[in-house]
Design a protein around this ligand. Structure first.
Ligand code: MG
Ligand code: NI
Length: 485
């Protein structure tokens, strides 16, 4: 498959990388000796969403921002609402029925997104091996080999979508979350419909987690080393250090678990984080300001969240967190493939929280909206399935129009980490090889896939995109290429 250029240098390109949400490109430059010179994860398309939203009325934002991404609309719907809570002076005053409805929506989304990722996108590699035949290495292969797993995967995703529909008013592009609260509560009928399967979802989440743990434990040394590197970790935690996917303050830890910052409030995010622009990528590179561009990059998402929090407030997930953290003796786990394990702990946590919320009579409450003193600047964040999501708006108080928007999406926060994963895996698995097989190329994709990137979100592009891997010679010629779609 791979060829060697005239001068012996090679460049490998994977385009598009499959089973990720979106479209990006990987290029790997190799020198005459077959050593990896440079490996990059690029983003190809760009749509200026932050400019597009300027001039819109602030109350339109929670609905309009869902056009950012067809995969993560709930995260943007809720994060924009939270930023607009600040604009209307309702921050910290959202009535419990409204806040709990939003949380239920968010856990529904996390459950369906994580279940989709693990069973549909990640499990083919984990169950069959990274080099297994490509025709088997997909969700149909999983359903054929493990019919029970396949069936439950589909139903878990469907359940998450039902939770989203009941809370947001629609299966996609909901309209229920508004500046200051919600415009609907949960009816008794909706509650009972969801409650009847709540225990089953917990049970299946446990089974999914056990399957994930078994696969990891069977190949522990290989998987924990695969695409592994030390990094800082950034996530939201509740005031008491508890895992909280919906709200809290920002915490950063280094690879050893030392605190870099803690208890940071959304309005102060620019004092702690910065974004670097690099000419070869449309996706920016965020970093922790105090550490600088070289050392300040970090990881977000399930791994960072489980590493950063002090405990989880749902019993089954907390037990699993303790087992997971014991792997590193209580210090952060810095393995790329540990994302899958951490993601399944959060799946279980989401299922537990859904049941807890459904049993809370506040969800049938009618106190749904708060207001207060208007403000011109609203910043909010939440933990989207893929990691911390930031929305920042400035609103003209005279015209009610948005004059500035800055978004940092989860996948952008993981940009440098995904680049590192590609570099490490290229060095670990492609270096010195003269024949680059499809299975070897898939190793690169496996590393990117662990971060569950949403390239649609990251580039603010419309719809789903795909990914490409290219092997490039020293003279710039493309020597081998892989397209997936
Ligand atoms: Mg931005
Ligand atoms: Ni997205």
């Amino acid at each position: 498959m791979a060829t060697v250029s005239k001068n012996g240098k090679r460049k490998l390109v994977i385009n598009p990388v499959t089973r990720v949400e979106g479209h990006g490109k990987v290029t790997i430059h190799m020198d005459e000796a077959g050593k990896v010179e440079q490996a990059r994860f690029h983003i190809i398309e760009f749509r200026g969403f932050e400019r597009f939203i300027q001039g819109r009325f602030y109350w339109e934002a929670p609905v309009v921002v869902q056009r950012l991404c067809g995969i993560c609309p709930v995260s943007h719907h809720l994060c924009a609402s939270k930023a607009m809570d600040v604009i209307v002076g309702a921050e910290g005053k959202i009535p419990p029925p409204a806040e709990k409805m939003r949380r239920l929506m968010h856990y529904g989304q996390t459950l369906q997104s994580h279940a989709l990722h693990f069973f549909h996108l990640a499990s083919p590699d984990l169950l069959f091996g990274f080099d297994s035949p490509v025709e088997k290495r997909n969700v149909l292969g999983v359903i054929a080999a493990y019919p029970e797993v396949g069936k439950k995967a589909v139903l878990m995703r469907k359940y998450g979508q039902e939770v989203i529909k009941a809370t947001s008013g629609k299966k996609i592009h909901g309209t229920s979350s508004i500046p200051g609260g919600m415009n609907k509560n949960l009816s008794i009928e909706e509650r009972d419909f969801l409650l009847k399967d709540a225990d089953t979802m917990i049970e299946w989440s446990v089974e999914g987690l056990e399957l994930c743990k078994k696969v990891v434990k069977d190949n522990m040394d290989f998987l924990l080393a695969f695409g592994s590197f030390d990094s800082n970790h950034v996530s939201i935690v509740r005031e008491d250090g508890c895992l909280d996917l919906y709200d809290g303050s920002l915490r950063a830890k280094d690879a050893e678990g030392n605190l870099i910052f803690d208890q940071v409030k959304p309005e102060d995010y620019l004092d702690y984080l910065r974004e670097e622009v690099r000419p070869w990528s449309y996706m920016k590179f965020p970093y922790i300001k105090s550490l600088g561009k070289e050392k300040g990059w970090y990881r977000v998402g399930p791994l960072a969240r489980i590493n950063n929090c002090d405990f989880i407030d749902s019993p089954l997930a907390e037990k699993e967190r303790q087992e997971f953290m014991a792997l590193g003796g209580g210090k952060p786990i810095n393995s790329t493939m540990a994302y899958h394990w951490a993601r399944m702990i959060e799946t279980l946590h989401s299922a537990e929280k859904i049941k807890e919320l459904l049993n809370d009579p506040d969800l049938q409450g009618n106190d749904l909206v708060a207001t207060g003193r208007r403000r011109e600047r609203g910043v909010a964040w939440l933990e989207a399935p893929r990691g911390t999501l930031f929305h920042h708006y400035e609103v003209n108080p005279e015209t009610d129009q948005i004059v500035l928007a800055n978004l940092i999406v989860s996948t952008t926060n993981n940009n440098e980490a995904m680049n590192r994963a590609v570099q490490v895996i290229a060095k670990q698995h492609l270096e010195g090889k003269t024949d680059i097989t499809e299975g070897l190329l898939n190793h690169i994709e496996v590393g990117i896939r662990a971060y569950d990137p949403c390239l649609s979100c990251a580039t603010h592009a419309l719809g789903q995109m795909r990914l490409q891997v290219q092997l490039v010679g020293a003279d710039g010629t493309i020597l081998d290429e892989k397209y997936h779609g």
